[in-house]
Design a protein around this ligand. Structure first.
Ligand SMILES: C[S@@+](CC[C@H](N)C(=O)[O-])C[C@H]1O[C@@H](n2cnc3c(N)ncnc32)[C@H](O)[C@@H]1O
Length: 400
């Protein structure tokens, strides 16, 4: 078995694939090529794989025939062997969204056996795809400089700027400071405080930040640990809450489950909609998030919190046949999985809103829900992570 890393070849680039790369073929084998676009002819350098590998990975190091959608990457740190944070800086922004839509369509076709028409929508206030990232985890190298990781590597690339980061994060001086003795620095730009908060790792003291969410129908305020989960794009939380409220149509007195509840974003909005005669059970596995969530919903007596794994909390609800009208679930990238989706379906809610940051996990879970009697009513996709391959989807499911 000999390594093919470093080997060069010229390939015709085929369709985009999930993960920030395109598919090409080399001597009958699939190569996942980064920094290329569909239809291009590129010189590729193999970055992973050997004689026996089922597939190879590579970087397009020279573009021989360029796609009309190719642009000059705005960031000098993007490109083969450089910062791994972005995947599509070399593609026109509207085209990035078309590529992501193609990935969502393909995942639903392959994993849910559904043909879906989806447009990846820009989030409000996003014209350029830059300066949206309100949370950045910088790594610190042996010299104490903060930087970003190379793709699929622990190597740290020093950067002078990060064009997708909120300007306040760069203005904080995080990239000009020597972080002696630190392994990383988490930078957070929130509604309050006005300046970015920096938390040096491993043992810097975390701070609390405030995020406000305003939709045409609802507004709320959330205090969260700087290192706790919050939607990274400033347009994301209001857009997702508005869409969940609009599609679930919660009514006064209804009973709601908010699974993977974080610091209570959906729980608070849904609690206001169902009122004191209704109830929201918020389930979250990370204890500091539960503490934040309880504080954020303290004025809403109809919200109850459970700390624990969703699968373990939901199973007894099924056994007790707890009446449930609506479910919102917003799991991490791995998705909810077979057991949780089956248990949700057994509770027979009249609507389910599934907020997903991985379209493959979502499509798989939509298939599980279909086999438990729920059909996909609507699917929207949002460009919550421009320049990267990530895309956020919200699927709404109803009983057959
Ligand atoms: C994508 S975040 C969503 C948070 C929240 N819905 C929001 O929009 O702010 C996923 C959350 O699920 C939590 N989580 C991950 N796995 C879990 C599990 N098995 N059980 C319960 N919570 C889990 C994480 O701690 C995180 O807060």
């Amino acid at each position: 078995m000999s390594s093919l890393v470093g080997t060069e070849a010229v390939v015709e680039v085929g369709p985009v694939a999930h993960g920030g790369h395109c598919v090409a073929r080399l001597d009958g084998r699939v190569v996942f090529v980064r920094h290329a676009l569909p239809g291009e002819r590129v010189r590729v350098t193999i970055t992973e794989g050997d004689d026996d590998s089922r597939f190879l990975r590579g970087d397009a190091v020279e573009v021989l025939d360029a796609s009309p959608e190719r642009v000059e990457a705005p960031c000098p740190h993007a490109g083969p062997g450089r910062c791994g944070g972005c995947d599509f800086q070399h593609a026109d922004l509207a085209y990035q969204r078309q590529l992501k839509a193609e990935v969502v369509r393909e995942q639903f076709q392959r994993l849910a056996h559904l043909e879906v028409e989806v447009t990846v929508e820009a989030l409000p206030g996003d014209d350029s795809g830059l300066r949206w990232r309100s949370r950045v985890e910088f790594a610190v190298d042996a010299d104490g400089r903060a930087g970003l990781r190379q793709h699929r590597s622990h190597a740290i690339v020093p950067v002078a700027d990060c064009l997708i980061a909120d300007q306040r994060i760069i203005d904080s001086g995080v990239l000009d400071t020597v972080w002696t003795g630190c392994t990383g620095v988490d930078a957070v730009a929130a509604d309050q405080p006005a300046d970015a908060v920096l938390v040096a790792l491993p043992d810097g003291r975390s701070a609390t930040v405030v995020q406000r969410v305003e939709t045409p129908e609802w507004s709320g305020e959330f205090r969260i640990g700087a290192r706790g989960f919050w939607q990274v794009h400033p347009g994301a939380a209001p857009t997702f809450v508005a869409h969940v409220l609009e599609t679930l149509r919660p009514q006064a007195g209804e009973k709601v489950l908010d699974l993977y509840a974080g610091a209570g974003l959906f729980a608070a909005a849904l609690a206001d909609a169902v009122g004191r005669s209704g109830s929201v059970l918020a389930v979250e596995g990370h204890r500091p998030a539960v503490v934040d969530g309880m504080r954020n919903t303290a004025s809403r007596r109809q919200v109850e919190w459970r700390h624990g794994r969703v699968d373990r909390v939901v199973r007894p609800l099924v056994r007790q046949q707890i009446h449930t009208d609506l479910v919102v679930l917003d799991p991490p990238r791995t998705g909810a999985g077979r057991d949780v989706t089956r248990d949700i379906a057994t509770l027979r809610p009249r609507r389910i809103a599934y907020v997903a940051c991985d379209p493959a996990a979502l499509a798989r879970d939509v298939a599980y829900l279909a086999s438990a009697g729920y059909r996909l009513e609507s699917l929207r996709a949002f460009d919550a992570f421009p320049m990267t391959h990530h895309v956020e989807c919200i699927a709404v499911l109803v009983p057959e």
